[in-house]
Design a binder for this molecule. Structure first.
Ligand code: CDT
Length: 316
């Protein structure tokens, strides 16, 4: 089987509060057709691809929130995308808000699925690192209420052998955490698919836009390099709900280099030819985990959550 995967990062421009899902799905299908015409085997859509990034608003009632969630997948709104992808033989990653009935209660997750080139859902991931806050902050210019509207994912960071490679998924803020990539790296991941929604500025204006773009790239490039994996990242872009979204969708080699990147703040397909065998050099040399990791020194990573600095002064 070929070790070459042609990947497309399908960036989406703004989706407004009143944009119907059907209209978004039409845009996604257009990108899927373009991807197929460019030979793509897999297409990555952003986090929360079917709706606006609603956690920027405070909603008092749960019914107002639940309209952004999908109760089944595929559902009639999204089915045309699944059908087209299957017809074209293109796999895809889709980020959406999942409302699940589990353990006799309703559960809300920020979710992505991986659909193979035969149209089968082969994997599901639920966002682990939820950023933001749970309380209303009316003094802030906008909210980031993921901690209010979702519970943390409960599926860990699995990977799947599919479409000729080992694929993993994460969502937005997860991409900033080295643990995300390392847990997948330890399962031999060769391509990390991820979608994100990141404002160009933070709520309090503490970080200039260029620093935030730098952090975006830095995190993903480091994750790729340190684990010898491709990263395919698709963003929301442009002015959505009055907030400028960062965009910057890109594809990163297992050496950590950006090989293709978006140049607009609109719907745009970013394509790269990804040879999964390029993962081997890092995996077999500098980041040969079996040869070099010293796990007895890493215990704190799973035993301690927050940082605790020493109280004793070593200079005294
Ligand atoms: N959606 C999401 O996770 N967004 C966050 C915004 C944090 S602001 C630095 C992100 O990590 O991009």
């Amino acid at each position: 089987m070929s070790r070459i995967i042609i990947a497309g990062a399908a960036q989406l421009g703004p989706i407004e509060l009143d944009t119907p899902r059907k209209a978004v799905v039409q845009r996604m299908m257009e990108l899927m057709r373009e991807a197929h015409s460019k030979g793509c085997n897999v297409v990555v859509y952003p986090e929360m691809a079917l709706t606006t990034f609603f956690p920027r608003w405070w909603f008092e009632n749960q019914e107002e929130v639940d309209v952004f969630f999908e109760r089944s997948m595929p559902n009639p709104d999204v089915a045309p995308l699944f059908e087209l992808a299957q017809k074209l033989g293109v796999g895809f990653y889709l980020g959406y808000c999942e409302l699940a009935e589990e353990d006799g209660r309703q559960r809300h997750f920020n979710t992505s699925i991986l659909v193979n080139d035969k149209g089968k859902i082969v994997g599901k991931y639920r966002k682990v690192h939820l950023p933001g806050h749970a309380e209303h902050k009316p003094q802030d210019p906008w909210q980031h209420l993921e901690k209010r509207y979702f519970e943390p994912g409960d599926l860990g960071f699995p990977v799947w052998r599919t479409m000729g490679g080992v694929m993993g998924m994460c969502l937005c803020n997860d991409r900033r955490w080295p643990e995300t990539y390392r847990v997948m790296g330890l399962q031999g991941v060769e391509m990390v698919l991820l979608g994100y929604n990141t404002p160009q500025l933070d709520q309090l204006g503490g970080e200039p836009a260029f620093i935030r773009v730098f952090h975006n790239n830095l995190s993903m490039q480091a994750g790729a390099y340190q684990n010898g994996t491709w990263v395919v990242a698709a963003a929301k872009a442009g002015n959505e709900g009055g907030i400028d979204m960062m965009g910057g969708s890109c594809i990163i080699t297992p050496q950590g280099e950006i090989v293709a990147a978006a140049h607009t703040f609109d719907d745009e397909l970013v394509v790269a030819k990804c040879d999964l065998d390029e993962c081997r050099f890092n995996k077999e040399n500098i980041f040969n985990f079996a040869a070099h990791r010293q796990i007895h020194h890493y215990k704190l990573i799973t035993e301690r959550t927050g940082a605790v600095a020493p109280t004793e002064d070593a200079d005294a």
